[in-house]
Design a protein around this ligand. Structure first.
Ligand code: ATP
Length: 371
């Protein structure tokens, strides 16, 4: 099921031509975005790109300068935060230090005047959801960082919002705990069948948890797509370089026949074959981008047709355990990277510093970037 293929499908959340100015500063710039029901959507971008501001406008903490926000087709303009069916979990968790876990979770429900029995049952349900059944009477300072984070999550979900907003929710956790919690978030979202919107600057986190990612820069969305599409078919240099490592070679289109394109790289002084759908025409400047894991290294020149091969010198080898990253100097001003799994036996003898090697990749392994 992909509502993205059906234009008649009503989005659950829609940002329509949203601009937010702080004085003269444009934090969000005429941005439009549709998020569908039960989607786990990530807003991904560097510091100051406007992702938190966008989320705060959905929560009602900020009003857009221009544009409209819809939730299930209803314009949210003028609806105060507490009347919006969204809940935001902050990076700092903001738990009440003097209240135990149970009270922290119950607080919002008490403010809403829910009957005591209902509150009790919801707190119980939430504790079980975040696997903290035995911790009801503990105070926040008696919990680990990961447990505090789960209490904050339970508290945000207790009111049963239609959308959960997560603002860098895992930033304070160490790497291992963060990875575990990412998987818990995915499970939770599947279990609750809710719409989650997460703000993060961590591309791995966005790739792990989200169904779709919007990559943001300077108050705009550059690409909104699945993690796979963002990684395999980035639509711009910014997106390509923001997500993972990528080799980028500037060039000019010299031949084009449907998806078969030839590009000339002046730094390599060589023509390269690419098989990729692109609007670029012969004569256009464009860049060829190839992920390092799609590069191969060998002592002999590869003979397969459809393969690009350039010669270079091993400049550096970074051993990472599962893989090694080879930096190959292919021109005076150009070093390209190849990632090779350490389970692969490369050649009859190991490749080492200063070796002359061939770096090769299939013509359909590259992506043409036109902006
Ligand atoms: P970060 O990850 O650093 O929080 P972000 O992408 O979430 O970055 P925002 O918090 O949305 O960025 O801020 C976008 C820009 O708007 C920043 O340059 C910020 O300084 C500015 N900004 C945000 N809130 C205000 C405000 N209340 N007054 C003035 N400028 C603001």
């Amino acid at each position: 099921f992909s509502p993205w293929d059906d234009p008649s499908e009503q989005p659950f959340i829609e940002f329509r031509n949203i601009t937010k100015r702080f004085g003269n500063f444009v934090a969000v710039d005429n941005l439009s975005l549709k998020i569908y029901k039960r989607e786990f959507h990530a807003l991904l971008g560097g510091s100051g790109c406007g992702k938190t501001t966008l989320m705060r406008m959905l929560a009602g903490f900020e009003a857009p300068t221009e544009g409209q926000i819809f939730l299930e087709g209803q314009d949210l303009a003028g609806v105060p935060p507490y009347k919006r069916p969204v809940n935001m979990m902050f990076q700092s968790y903001a738990l009440f230090p003097h209240m135990n876990v149970e009270k922290n979770i119950a607080f919002g429900l008490e403010m809403d005047g829910l009957p005591a029995r209902e509150i009790k049952s919801r707190v119980h349900e939430m504790l079980s959801l975040v696997k903290l059944e035995g911790f009801a009477k503990r105070k926040p300072h008696q919990l680990s960082g990961g447990q505090r984070q789960r209490v904050a999550l339970a508290r945000s979900l207790a009111k049963r919002p239609k959308v959960l907003l997560l603002d860098e929710p895992l930033a304070a956790l160490d790497k291992k705990l963060r990875e575990e919690t990412q998987l818990e978030l995915i499970n939770l979202q599947e279990q609750l069948r809710m719409t989650f919107l997460i703000v993060t600057h961590d591309q791995e986190e966005a790739m792990t948890v989200a169904d779709r990612i919007s990559v943001m820069d300077k108050g705009r969305i550059l690409q909104n797509a699945t993690p796979g599409e963002i990684y395999e078919q980035p639509n711009s240099r910014f997106v390509a370089e923001f997500i993972g490592d990528i080799n980028v070679l500037d060039g000019q289109v010299t031949k084009k026949e449907n998806e078969d394109v030839q590009m000339f790289s002046s730094v390599l002084g060589d023509h390269l074959d690419v098989r990729y759908p692109t609007p670029a025409s012969v004569g256009d400047h464009a860049a060829l981008a190839i992920r390092p894991e799609k590069m191969r290294i060998s002592f002999d020149k590869p003979a397969h047709p459809g393969t690009n091969a350039i010669q270079g010198e091993v400049w550096d080898i970074a051993y990472m355990g599962d893989v090694s990253i080879y930096h190959i100097k292919v021109a005076e001003t150009e070093t390209l990277r190849a990632i090779v799994a350490n389970t692969t036996r490369l050649v009859e003898r190991p490749i080492t510093w200063e070796d002359q090697v061939w770096l090769s990749w299939d013509s359909d392994a590259g992506v043409i970037l036109t902006r």
